[in-house]
Design a protein around this ligand. Structure first.
Ligand SMILES: O=P(O)(O)OP(=O)(O)OP(=O)(O)OC[C@H]1O[C@@H](n2cnc3c(O)ncnc32)[C@H](O)[C@@H]1O
Ligand SMILES: [Mg+2]
Length: 195
């Protein structure tokens, strides 16, 4: 089995990568298993730039194949916010509930047809003696009026998946891992790695 590090300290992401990569024969570790993993500053201007920063720093630190994920929620009515600031939208303590409440307040009384949004996931894969590869996956939807569902993490309870009309937090992990921005990005990465 090939060892692979997921350069994340987010347990929700780590679980999803386990689900997706284990059946493909990878032995998956994340930075929750390696607490001395560098805290890489997300100083890029785009999801892709931040994914590259995280993947290359951790690949260098451990000398192993590394995938980093930089992702977030892009809301049209807020001109693309919270975007690359999704994790720290309501403050540096990265509180999911505070982030959700901030978005719901900003969209209070905004009609459904103006609540369009998408999740974006940029992945970078880096490692010793290889060029870094990046891909991006998206998932279209809109922002609900209130939190619904308990699965997933982050903004899932307020993100209604366009094609399904239920929130991401109402999907089982198996369902989310078929249609999510992360799943779509992983499909692209797999097809590049296999070609
Ligand atoms: O940087 P790492 O250590 O990977 O962990 P993080 O939580 O800081 O991750 P990001 O910098 O990529 O910020 C992404 C934020 O966007 C949100 N997000 C990303 N993917 C999501 C998903 O599948 N469902 C719900 N929210 C998501 C969530 O709030 C994350 O904290
Ligand atoms: Mg982060």
């Amino acid at each position: 089995m090939t060892d692979i590090i997921i350069a994340t300290k987010n347990s929700g992401k780590a679980k999803e990568f386990q689900h997706i990569l284990k059946p493909l024969g990878y032995n998956v570790h994340c930075l929750l298993d390696f607490p001395d993993g560098e805290d890489v500053e997300e100083t890029g201007q785009t999801f892709i730039e931040n994914a590259i920063l995280k993947a290359e720093a951790i690949a260098k630190q451990y000398g192993k194949l590394t995938i980093a994920d930089d992702s977030g929620l892009v809301i049209d009515y807020l001109n693309g916010a919270p975007g690359i600031f999704s994790a720290r939208y309501a403050g540096l303590e990265k509180n999911d509930l505070a982030n959700i409440n901030k978005v719901l307040n900003e969209l209070a009384n905004v009609p459904k047809d103006e609540r369009a949004a998408r999740f974006i996931c940029a992945l970078a894969i880096a490692g010793p003696a290889r060029e870094t590869i990046t891909v991006e996956g998206t998932c279209e939807g809109y922002i609900a009026d209130e939190m619904i569902g308990t699965s997933g993490f982050g903004y899932d309870p307020i993100f209604v998946v366009k094609d399904l009309d239920v929130t991401m937090a109402q999907l089982s992990p198996e369902q989310k891992n078929k249609i999510s921005h992360r799943a779509n990005a992983m499909k692209k990465l797999e097809s590049i790695l296999n070609s």
